[in-house]
Design a protein around this ligand. Structure first.
Ligand code: AMP
Ligand code: GLY
Length: 421
C-alpha cells in the first residue's frame, strides 16, 4: 500500500513510525512532515490547508489511504474533499469534526443526550455574557467557541480574570471569529484523563488511556500549551472509572453523532475530568489523535495500525479486536525557550545520536543547509521511554531527554509524577 499522512508534528511522526512497522505499507508519504519524519517517509511540500493539491497528489501517485493528523483541516472539510474524489481517507467529515470545531455544538449535543459534562451557558452577545458571568463565582471557565490553537480556554481563578478573558475574546477578538460565541462553564475540580478511541459510526474501540500535562511549568503552573508531556497507561486510575467513562461518555457520544446524522469516523478523543465523587465528566472532545497522547499510545499498540485504519474506512471495525502491550510509556516534550509565547527558530540541535533507548519523535524540526537538525517550532521533540512500569519508562525518557540539547531548551521535570504516588 501507498499511504499518505497529513501533518507536521510529533503526532504525525508517531503515526508514520507506527505505519512504517506494517508489512502492508510499501511507501509512506507525509505532507508536509518535518525533519524527523523525513527519515521514515517521503516528505512533500504541500501544506495541510491545500486540499485540492493534496487530493491531486494522491490521485497522481496512486495513494491507497490518507490519514489526517491535525484539527484545522478536519474542521475545514479535508475529508469531504478526498471522499468526493473516492480517495480512501481516515478521519471525520466536516459535519462530524464539528464536535471539536465548535464548543457550543459539543456542549449542546451532550446536554441533549444527557452525557455527563460541566453545566454551561452559551452567548453570542458580550453584554449578555457579562451579565450572566457577574451572577457566577470564581473559579469559572471561559471558552471561545471555535478552534484557537489550544489557547481558547481560560480557567479563571478570579472574577477579574474571567471578565478580562471574556472581554478579550468577544470584544478584543484575540482569537478572531473563534470568539464570536463563548461558553461560560462550571469549573470542575479533579484529575484529568484522555480516552482516545477508534470510532466508526456506533463502533467504538477505545485505546489505552493517557494523561497530558497542559501547563508549561512544573506543578501545573503557567499558561496552557499544546501539551508538555504524557504517559500511558494510568495505573493510579481504577479500571472501573475508565470503563464508566467509555460506557457513559464515549459510546453514547458516538451514538449521538449517528442519531444526529453526523456519523463519526476517525479518532474520537475525549478529554475527561474525574470529579471528586469519582464520576468522569466530559471536558472536551477532539476529532483526531492527541498530541502528545499519540506518542505514548501508539508505541503500546500491538495490532497493525494500518489494519485499524482500513477497518474503519471499510466499515469493519466491529470485527477487529485491538491489542495493547502491558508496557508503560512516558513522553517528555522538549520545547523552545519562550514557548507557548514567542520563541526563536533555526537553533542547532546536539546530542540526537547520543540517545540510547528512548524513541524520539520530532515535533518541530527542520534541517539547515549543512544538513544539521535545527529547531522549527514551539514543541521541538517528544522523547518517549518505554518500560515495565511508569517509573522505568519515565527514567528512560528523562535520561535521553537530557542528552538532547539546543539553546533555550525547556521541559517539565515532573511528567508522570502523579502516577508514582
Ligand atoms: P480544552 O482546550 O477544552 O482541552 O481545555 C483546556 C484545559 O482547560 C483542559 O485540559 C482542562 O485542564 C481545563 N478545563 C477546561 N474546562 C474545564 C472545566 N470545566 N473545569 C476545569 N478545568 C477545565
Ligand atoms: N494534547 C492535547 C491535544 O492534542 O489536544
Amino acid at each position: 500500500m501507498r499511504v499518505m499522512v497529513v501533518g507536521r508534528g510529533g503526532r504525525e511522526h508517531a503515526i508514520v513510525w507506527a505505519l512504517k512497522k506494517s508489512e502492508k505499507v510499501k511507501h509512506l508519504v507525509c505532507a508536509p512532515g518535518n525533519a524527523g519524519i523525513a527519515q521514515l517517509a517521503e516528505c512533500i511540500d504541500i501544506a495541510e490547508s491545500q486540499f485540492d493539491e493534496l487530493a491531486q497528489y494522491a490521485l497522481d501517485h496512486a495513494i491507497d489511504l490518507v490519514v489526517v493528523g491535525p484539527d484545522d483541516p478536519l474542521a475545514a472539510g479535508i475529508v469531504d474533499v478526498f471522499e468526493a474524489k473516492e480517495i480512501p481517507v481516515f478521519g471525520p467529515r466536516k459535519n462530524a469534526a464539528i464536535i471539536e470545531g465548535s464548543k457550543t455544538f459539543m456542549k449542546d449535543l451532550l446536554r441533549k443526550y444527557n452525557i455527563p459534562t460541566a453545566a454551561y451557558e452559551k452567548f453570542d452577545k458580550y453584554v449578555d455574557a457579562l451579565a450572566y458571568l457577574r451572577q457566577q463565582s470564581a473559579p469559572i471557565v471561559i471558552k471561545a467557541d471555535g478552534l484557537a490553537a489550544g489557547k481558547g480556554v481560560i480557567v479563571a481563578q478570579t472574577m477579574e480574570e474571567a471578565e478580562q478573558a471574556l472581554q478579550e475574546m468577544m470584544v478584543g477578538k484575540v482569537f478572531g471569529n473563534a470568539g464570536n460565541q463563548v461558553v461560560i462553564e462550571e469549573f470542575m475540580a479533579g484529575q484529568e484523563m484522555s480516552i482516545l478511541a477508534f470510532v466508526d459510526g456506533e463502533t467504538v474501540r477505545p485505546m489505552s488511556p493517557a494523561q497530558d500535562h497542559k501547563p508549561v511549568y512544573d506543578g501545573d503552573k503557567g499558561p496552557n500549551t499544546g501539551g508538555m508531556g504524557t504517559y500511558s497507561p494510568l495505573p493510579h486510575i481504577p479500571q472501573s472509572i475508565i470503563d464508566e467513562a467509555i460506557e457513559t461518555i464515549v459510546i453514547p457520544t458516538a451514538k449521538a453523532m449517528v442519531a444526529e446524522g453526523r456519523p463519526f469516523r476517525g479518532v474520537l478523543f475525549a478529554g475527561l475530568m474525574i470529579t471528586p465523587d469519582g464520576k468522569p465528566k466530559t471536558v472536551e472532545f477532539n476529532a483526531r489523535f492527541g498530541d502528545p497522547e499519540t506518542q505514548v499510545v501508539l508505541p503500546r499498540l500491538k495490532t497493525d495500525l494500518v489494519d485499524i485504519f482500513l477497518a474503519a474506512v471499510n466499515g469493519t471495525l466491529h470485527e477487529l479486536e485491538i491489542e495493547w502491550s502491558e508496557e508503560a510509556a512516558v513522553c517528555v516534550i522538549l520545547a523552545s525557550g519562550g514557548y507557548p509565547a514567542s520563541y526563536p527558530k533555526g537553533l542547532p540541535v546536539k546530542g540526537l545520536d547520543e540517545v540510547q533507548e528512548a524513541l524520539v519523535f520530532h515535533a518541530g524540526t527542520a534541517t539547515n543547509e549543512q544538513g544539521q537538525f535545527v529547531t522549527n517550532g514551539g514543541r521541538v521533540f517528544g522523547v518517549v521511554g518505554l518500560g515495565a512500569t511508569i517509573a522505568e519508562a519515565r527514567a528512560k525518557a528523562y535520561a535521553d531527554a537530557d542528552r538532547i540539547q539546543f539553546e533555550g531548551k525547556q521541559n517539565r521535570s515532573d511528567i508522570a509524577n502523579k502516577a508514582l504516588v
